[in-house]
Design a protein around this ligand. Structure first.
Ligand code: ARG
Length: 457
């Protein structure tokens, strides 16, 4: 097949090179964006007096038919034509002859690919932000039904202090809210038009790039043609946002995997979301959560991969940049799947309240003992030591802190009186954490109200 650059070449491209250099097998995902971009470009060429009204109409009609063929799976993608841009352009020329041959005036694939990617990413970011919102709404709903369940919190994976379960879900809601904000912040930098930058130096025809930007719904125009074609920071940022969100999903998944183990037995996933073992009949595995955790590896790898491609690259377009697409597409697909999977998992989750109740209390109330003494005037360091002795005592005798009698408590300090006994409940402990952002019932109810308002619930 004749190449657009055949003019200066004296032999056909080696088959291996065609196979090795092609990108159409994956960048055809950008077909819709490429067509939109072609339409905006010919309209800009019309305004610049390069194309006539008639020519533009003919090209747009043909592009629309090509779009339809692509949508219906009737379009033949050719590897010999390298990428999505040349496939669509070649087909346009086949259908419109010399008119189609004018479409690449004042354009390079270097500004073309950056434009397609930015159009594509604006849509993708919006989708991710929507998915994150769905997940946050489920978390808020889950928080609403778990305000009165008290669990031990864990620091260093050792029981720490009583925590209302709703507080846990609201913590993840915060993370996914920041993730959304991070994506939206990076959206502002994605939302700039590179087209009209040409190969590197700008374009010889009087293209009104601000018009093109309006046609394509971009808020800004990239201000430097070299930067416009060399830059992939906007993709790095998206990959970073995906990686951070992946970290949150992975930590959340890890907690839930742990909590669904027989040892914890705090939560249970419905059968429809689990899989069994081919050998052990008793198994019910939380694969969906394990895969969310596992797929985070790709999200990190894809970010690393593009960082490495960009490092040391001579400044302007280099073919290396073609390597941006597979990591990007993979991260977007992976992250969208993982967010949707997590939303389903949380929606279907059941909580074993009894089990959580028996795990909370006891040693997690040790700080409460110390704070009781502090309120009676004991310096915290000394109160800490006294409470530590009580911990040693209950550990040795196999008792629980909340079951201690006043007489027992007074063996450690005569400042203990009747009211100490009332304080020693997991709920009471949680509710004394009444600082802004704490795990008291009052604070949580207030945060649920805030969250509902913010999520439009
Ligand atoms: N397929 C190429 C890429 O993804 C498009 C740009 C090619 N530009 C070029 N001068 N060969 O980066």
């Amino acid at each position: 097949m004749e190449k657009p650059w055949s003019g200066r070449f004296s032999e056909d491209t080696d088959r291996f090179v065609e196979e090795f250099t092609e990108s159409v097998s994956f960048d055809k995902l950008l077909a819709e964006e490429d067509i939109k971009q072609n339409i905006a470009h010919v309209r800009t060429l019309l305004r610049a007096g390069v194309l006539t009204e008639e020519e533009v109409e003919k090209i747009i009609k043909a592009l629309e038919r090509i779009r339809k063929d692509i949508d219906e799976g009737k379009f033949t993608w050719r590897k010999e034509l390298e990428d999505v841009h040349m496939n669509i352009e070649a087909e346009l020329i086949r259908r419109t002859g010399d008119t189609g041959g004018k479409v690449h005036t004042g354009r390079s694939r270097n500004d073309q690919i950056a434009t397609d990617e930015r159009i594509f990413l604006k849509k993708e970011i919006a989708e991710i932000v929507d998915l994150l919102k769905d997940l946050r709404r489920v978390l808020v709903r889950t928080a609403e039904r778990t305000v009165d369940i008290v669990i031990p919190s864990y620091t260093h994976l050792q029981r720490a202090q009583p925590l209302r379960l709703a507080h846990y879900f609201l913590a993840f809601r915060e993370m996914f809210l920041k993730d959304s904000e991070r994506f939206l912040d990076c959206y502002r930098r994605v939302d700039e038009l590179p087209l009209g930058s040409g190969a590197v130096a700008g374009v010889d025809f009087p293209l009104d790039r601000f018009f093109t930007a309006r046609e394509l719904g971009f808020s800004k125009v990239v201000r430097n043609s070299m930067y416009a074609t060399a830059d992939r920071d906007f993709i790095l940022e998206v990959l970073f946002c995906c990686a951070v969100t992946g970290t949150h999903l992975s930590r959340f998944a890890e907690d839930m995997i742990l909590w669904s183990s027989e040892e914890f037995s705090y939560v249970e996933l419905p059968d429809r979301l689990c899989t069994g073992s081919s050998i052990m009949p008793q198994k019910k595995n939380p694969d969906i959560l394990e895969l969310i955790r596992g797929k985070t590896g790709r999200l990190y790898g894809n970010l690393m991969s593009l960082l490495t491609v960009l490092k040391g690259l001579p400044t302007a377009y280099n073919r290396d940049l073609q390597e941006d697409k597979e990591p990007l597409f993979d991260s977007l697909r992976t992250l969208k799947g993982s967010i949707a999977g997590m939303t389903k998992a949380v929606e279907g989750m059941k909580f074993n309240e009894d089990r959580m109740k028996t795990s909370s209390g006891n040693l997690t109330l040790a700080t409460d003992l110390a704070n009781y003494l502090v309120r009676k005037g004991v310096p915290f360091r000394e109160a800490h030591r006294t409470a530590g002795r009580i911990v040693a005592y209950v550990t040795e005798t196999g008792k629980r802190i909340e079951d201690l009698t006043l007489e027992e408590l007074r063996r450690f300090s005569d400042l203990f009186s009747e009211d100490a006994l009332d304080l020693l409940t997991p709920e009471g402990s949680a509710d004394r954490k009444n600082t802004y952002g704490g795990t008291s019932r009052e604070q949580i109810l207030r945060m649920i109200e805030v969250a509902k308002r913010e999520e439009g619930l």
